[in-house]
Design a protein around this ligand. Structure first.
Ligand code: C2O
Ligand code: CU
Length: 476
């Protein structure tokens, strides 16, 4: 069955109609300050090779690398709880854990050589912090990430406490591709020079929660929160839901005024939380990726149990965490230009400015990408280049992100969540930790530099990151 974008849009219209009479205006609940609960959530993770069937329900056995016997560990805690994770390294290579999107103290950020020594084989490391914000986050290795993430080393962190009205179900949907031969389960390779210089290496087996197009039961007619994480190193998805009205209520874990979902472009490392009205008993709603010519079904939500009697679909805003609001008028601006090292053409910005890239770059076989004409391939992690910029603690900054290439780049900053100043995907002023730049695109982000330390900044298409598109900045 081919369901095109057109029928999808009609579906979205139907959803609006289904919402019925206009709902009374809702104001977002006031932002909440962090109060420590005194509770400690402890986990012991053991990074090791484990045979896992991929897809989970009946696929071939794959020699994955995972953090736990559960290949996709999900850690849930309440805002204010302390998270204590001891990771043991039973792999034959260096390892570290980065808590993506969580504003951790710098020493807990998990970047080898920049914030900690990597964990050697046989070694362990204790991460210990109180996540300051609610939301949907994930953790992954920050060493040899192309291979380690590609083999499976990832997990989910959910910090609860942001719902004014609870949903009837709260589900997690982790999207990733497996770079395996679907017949034998053998890995097919995580990168090539040609792919790294372009969009990256894609996996042949696309999964949601490590299953192919799984069916998840949801309370029929109920309100469901669906937390979608794109943890793939490469794939950019254009997500839409058919058969149920849905709204985006959080971006990268951060609540925003609900935006009715038409479709949402989710690059590597990006997350959205949906609030949706589950289909009736036995009926299905389908999550699609519309990015390819033929939409790809990723997940089915099937209504189960007796239909709940709910009023019109009226997604509620989440309780946002309090965070310092940047003072844009006083902010200093830095510009970061993301570019291919091999390309040396000038870029004319929309305002007429011309950026010159005619200077030759230092090219090496392992370098395809650069930030402000500087490259830092991960292989050279130990040789720290100078910081891209230095920020004064407590001050507001605007960073202008310019993509001078023909490829898309999801740009991620460690240590801060920023406000996206230019409206993206129908959601103005969203708060995020990763922003997707389209080809020849430009956007501005702003934040208060309130978290001291040395923080990474990179493209989250891991092959781009590891072939030069990364750098770091200092807040002091
Ligand atoms: Cu998820 Cu340095 O990133
Ligand atoms: Cu990139």
């Amino acid at each position: 069955m081919h369901i095109g974008r057109r029928s999808f849009l009609l579906g979205a219209g139907a959803a609006l109609a289904w919402a019925g009479a206009p709902a009374p205006a809702r104001t977002a609940p006031a932002a909440a300050a962090l109060v420590e609960t005194g509770r400690i959530v402890e986990r012991h993770l053991v990074a090791a090779e484990r045979p896992v069937r991929v897809p989970r329900d009946g696929g071939p056995t794959v020699q994955t690398w995972t953090f736990d016997d559960d290949p996709l560990p999900v850690i849930r805690l309440q805002r204010g709880d302390r998270l204590r994770v001891r990771v043991e390294n039973r792999l034959a290579q260096l390892l570290s854990i980065h808590w993506h999107g969580i504003r951790v103290p710098n020493a807990m950020d998990g970047v080898p050589y920049l914030t900690q020594d990597p964990v050697p084989p046989g070694g362990s490391f204790a991460y210990d912090f109180v996540p300051p914000d609610t939301g949907t986050f994930f953790f992954h290795t920050h060493c040899n990430t192309i291979e380690q993430l590609g083999r499976g080393l990832v997990g989910v962190v959910i910090v609860e406490g942001d719902e004014a009205e609870p949903h009837d179900a709260d589900l997690v949907c982790v999207l990733r591709d497996w770079r395996i031969d679907p017949a034998t389960g053998a890995f097919t390779g995580f990168t090539s020079q040609a792919a790294a210089a372009r969009a990256g290496t894609f996996g042949a087996v696309r999964t949601a929660n490590d299953r192919v197009e799984p069916v998840m039961e949801v309370p029929a007619g109920g309100n469901v929160r669906l937390r979608i994480l794109n943890v793939d190193p490469t794939r950019i998805a254009e997500l839409g839901l058919e058969g149920a009205p849905a709204a985006v209520i959080a971006v990268d874990g951060n609540g925003l005024p609900p935006v009715l979902l038409e479709s949402w472009r989710l690059g590597p490392a990006m997350r959205i939380d949906l609030s949706l009205r589950a289909p009736g008993p036995g009926e299905e709603a389908v999550l699609y990726d519309y990015f390819s010519a033929e939409p790809v079904p990723l997940l089915r939500l099937r209504g189960a149990g007796a239909a709940r009697a709910r009023g019109p679909f009226q997604p509620q805003p989440l309780i946002a965490s309090d965070f310092a609001v940047p003072e844009i008028e006083k902010a200093e601006t830095f510009r970061l230009t993301f570019q291919a090292t091999a390309v040396a053409s000038d870029l004319v910005l929309p305002d007429g400015q011309v950026l010159r890239f005619a200077d030759s770059l230092c090219l090496s076989s392992a370098t395809h990408w650069a930030i402000n004409r500087k490259t830092w391939p991960e292989a050279g992690h130990q040789q720290l280049p100078p910081a891209l910029f230095q920020l004064e603690k407590g001050r507001s900054y605007v960073i202008e992100l310019v993509n001078a290439s023909q490829f898309q780049h999801p740009i991620h900053l460690h240590g801060v969540t920023f406000q996206v100043l230019d409206p993206r995907q129908g959601a103005p002023g969203q708060r995020a930790d990763t922003v997707l730049l389209g080809p020849r695109d430009r956007t501005r982000i702003a934040f208060v530099a309130d978290n001291p330390g040395d923080w990474m900044l990179h493209c989250h298409i891991i092959e781009h990151q590891e072939t030069g598109m990364m750098g770091w900045f200092r807040v002091a």
